[in-house]
Design a protein around this ligand. Structure first.
Ligand code: S3P
Length: 432
């Protein structure tokens, strides 16, 4: 589906971003592992998170949906086995593909095959296969590293594991497996990534320790999870915020958006570049936070200056780095992102997609092995951007169009439905 985004007048108004994708996935998975029913308010109705509801249904959970609320009747921690032999279709959802095996791996006697669309078949799973094997699980992947992924459940034993790359998905997978493993399981990240799993584990009244970047979990027989309220998705909101940073005269307020500091890195980067961003943007909350804070962020356009983003900041803005490139096109000086080789392994190779895509619109941008460098200040002319089946590239193209001189045609706009089905309506509401 092709869509054209013309240069826009000032964006103005309030918008509530769609429910958070990461928290929705986790709420559904944890609810499925709980014995008592769990109500999830404001669950994201988008392709990725619908795949998660389908998966937990296949694993025996009851799922009832009503006006944005999902009621899950879980099967308990250690009883996902009735669907042994089951095929689980994860669609385009990398988070589901990487987190769910942590639960399945600890179900002795169970056997599952996880597969998905064409893009999911290019997402590496060796990052979870290796540590889960060390814990005693049996897994098989195509060429040892790609889906389909076969998981055979086993009695697990805890490990002390150092993640080679900061990844919330891998961390979450191992923490889940740790809840089923004998002894304790320790997971250490090289840099802080989003911590929604840690927060939900604490809320599920499970013994859990954080010592800086080292996390420790212990085996449990059951979870006790109260109802979950999902806040707005800051990653989805960032696209609208970026438009507000770029189009002269804009002022946009994101309402009820998640303010967990491990997700708001993009807003701090935009602020550092000179955009006006007002709201609770702490560098760090107390290490014991278990709630998911939410609130308002007010964003207004201002002249931008280049910045550098390095490895420590990358996981805190991983899904928004394409927008840092876009802001870089309009900022004085050279904006450089490094330590972000992970971007090559997302729904598409996002370094190639961003660099080729923005260059075709007139940007002076180069790819590096682990990021990109943009020389900005001249803005963008416009043209055509291919989304490559990647929701974040589709929305990047749209926002680039609003800020460009001639407009942008996005090839493959339908991909936005993976995380933000109402994206085009939200843009129209702010530009009309
Ligand atoms: C996610 C973690 C990140 C992120 C993805 C969602 C999550 O991936 O890019 O969109 O919900 O845990 P990695 O864990 O691979 O960095």
């Amino acid at each position: 589906m092709r869509r054209r985004f013309e240069p826009a007048g000032p964006l103005r108004g309030h918008v509530t971003p769609p429910p958070d994708k990461s928290i929705s996935h986790r709420a559904a998975l944890f609810a499925a592992m709980t014995d008592e029913p769990v109500r999830i308010e404001n669950y994201l109705r988008a392709d990725d998170t619908m795949s998660t509801l389908d998966a937990i249904r296949s694993l025996g959970a009851g799922v009832q949906e009503e006006n944005g609320t999902v009621l899950v009747r879980g099967v308990g921690m250690r009883t996902a086995a009735p669907t042994t032999g089951g095929m689980l279709d994860v669609g385009n959802a990398g988070t589901l593909l990487r987190i769910l095996p942590g639960w399945l791996a600890g179900q002795p006697g169970g056997l599952w095959r996880l597969d998905g669309d064409e893009s999911i078949r290019r997402r590496p799973v060796d990052r979870i296969v290796e540590p889960l094997r060390l814990m005693g699980a049996e897994l098989e992947a195509r060429d040892g590293r790609l889906p389909p992924l076969v998981v055979k459940g086993a009695e697990l034993t805890g490990i002390d594991y150092q993640l080679p790359v900061a990844s919330a998905q891998v961390k979450s997978c191992l923490l889940l497996a740790g809840l089923l493993a004998e002894g304790h399981t320790a997971v250490t990240e090289p840099a802080q990534s989003r911590d929604h799993t840690e927060r939900i584990i604490c809320r599920a009244r499970v013994p859990f320790e954080r010592e800086g970047l080292r996390l420790l979990v212990y085996p449990v027989d059951e979870l006790e999870l109260d109802d979950v309220v999902v806040p707005g998705d800051p990653s989805s909101g960032s696209f609208l915020a970026a438009a507000a940073c770029l189009v002269p005269g804009s002022r946009v307020c994101l309402d009820a958006v998640a303010l967990n500091w491990t997700r708001t890195g993009f807003f701090r980067i935009a602020q550092r570049m000179g955009a006006v961003v007002v709201g609770e943007l702490e560098e760090r909350e107390s290490a014991s936070s278990t709630e998911e804070p939410a609130g308002e962020l007010d964003i207004a356009q201002a002249p931008l200056e280049a910045t550098t983003v390095g490895a420590d900041e990358v996981p805190l803005a991983i899904d928004e780095l394409p927008l840092v490139a876009l802001l870089g096109c309009f900022a004085e000086g050279e904006t450089v992102v490094s330590g972000a080789a992970e971007l090559r392994l997302k729904e598409s190779d996002r370094i190639a997609g961003v660099v080729d895509g923005l260059r075709a619109l007139g940007a002076d941008i180069d790819a590096t092995d682990d990021g990109f460098a943009v020389r900005g200040g001249t803005g963008l002319e416009g043209g055509t951007l291919d989304a490559r089946g990647d929701h974040r590239l589709a929305m990047l193209g749209a926002i680039a169009g609003l800020a460009s001189r001639d407009g942008v045609e996005v090839e493959g706009m339908e991909a936005a439905a993976v995380s933000y089905p109402q994206f085009e309506e939200a843009v129209a509401g702010l530009t009309s």
